[in-house]
Design a protein around this ligand. Structure first.
Ligand SMILES: [Zn+2]
Length: 343
């Protein structure tokens, strides 16, 4: 078997030039004082700035660690859908998505864009459709990130099974794109953003699907649950038992045609558990580098987020590894598959 293409399905533009953050801070100031509100055209980031920010960071590490393609979306913790109203989110999402698109144009072999949506708490999700359509049709995005809690830790949106979300699902089905279920920063001090809010959201999203019949309404809808699925694989027996008590079908029939997990688990025992509990067809390689955990593990001397090492050291055979690295990503992201075939 030829060696698989290593597709990292979870990367964010965490190293964007500082001008982006400066613009965002001016935008936030402009919510209180409209005279301060910057125009999108006031953000100046050149192609050289973008190249530099990628070559010195993500691309360097991809080459070092041996990954080929990264699905690249705006920085998750900066989505901050709770800030301002829909118009604030819309302007911000458009800017961030355009930057990821430009990166994908500059490095077409290595980066494929995934969009954030201009979500805003309590706002009709139909409002996200124009940005979604632009990102698919004009920018060549192959998926979206969907925030199940745009309030940033208050959890006051309906569950993912609610019709509130259906306009987005209808578009996902129409375009045959998956969504990574990904929250943003927590503004609730009870929840640390990456240490608890992210993992809570992963677990919560799974449970919202389990208790519902969402995938009866949308048999081809696909969700990628990041960070190794939060607590889900570890507590698989609990979820199986709960489903049984609720008279739901077996989880493999009820959810695993539609729900997938990434490998952003930052130690070997976690990956070993994930690959043992979850069928290999439902696991997609990812590192989320350069992200929440950037340090070196003193126990191994390697970066925590160098997740390819864990796959290499796992019990997965060559066929299973092909699925995790390449095959599953091509299946879950058909537009990525088409793009790779067109090369
Ligand atoms: Zn992420």
């Amino acid at each position: 078997m030829t060696s698989p293409l290593i597709i990292d399905c979870h990367g964010h533009y965490t190293t964007a030039p500082k001008a982006l953050e400066d613009w965002r801070n001016r935008q936030i100031a402009g919510i209180k004082d409209p005279s301060q509100m910057p125009k999108a055209s006031e953000l100046k980031i050149s192609d050289d700035d973008l190249r530099e920010s990628i070559e010195a960071n993500q691309l360097r590490l991809m080459k070092q660690r041996g990954s080929d393609v990264t699905l690249f979306s705006p920085r998750a913790s900066f989505m901050a859908h709770h800030i301002g109203d829909f118009n604030v989110s819309a302007a911000w999402a458009a800017i961030c998505n355009e930057l990821c698109y430009r990166v994908s144009k500059l490095f077409p072999d290595n980066f494929v864009p995934v969009a954030m949506l201009p979500q805003s708490p309590g706002v009709d999700t139909k409002t996200c459709i124009p940005e979604l359509e632009k990102c698919i049709n004009e920018y060549g995005n192959v998926g979206i990130n969907l925030n199940p809690d745009p309030s940033g830790g208050q959890w006051n949106s309906p569950p993912l099974s609610d019709r509130y979300w259906y306009p987005i699902y209808e578009k996902m089905v129409e375009y045959d794109i998956p969504a990574m279920i990904h929250v943003s920063t927590s503004c609730n001090p009870a929840f640390h953003t990456t240490g608890s809010h992210y993992l809570n959201a992963d677990t919560t999203a799974f449970m919202q699907c389990l208790t519902s019949d969402l995938f009866k309404d949308f048999p081809t809808l696909r969700f990628l649950i990041p960070h190794g699925g939060g607590a889900v694989p570890y507590h698989w027996g609990r979820f199986r038992g709960l489903a049984q008590e609720m008279k739901k079908p077996l989880l493999k029939d009820h959810l695993l045609n539609n729900i997938f997990f990434d490998t952003c688990v930052y130690h070997q025992p976690g990956i070993d558990l994930l690959t043992r509990v979850i069928p290999v067809d439902n696991i997609l390689f990812a590192s989320e580098m350069i992200g929440a955990v950037r340090g070196i593990d003193p126990e191994t001397g390697n970066y925590y987020d160098d997740t390819k090492r864990y796959i290499e050291a796992s019990v997965l055979d060559a066929e299973a590894r092909y699925k995790v690295y390449e095959g599953n990503a091509r299946r879950v992201f058909p537009r990525l598959d088409a793009r790779l075939k067109a090369r």
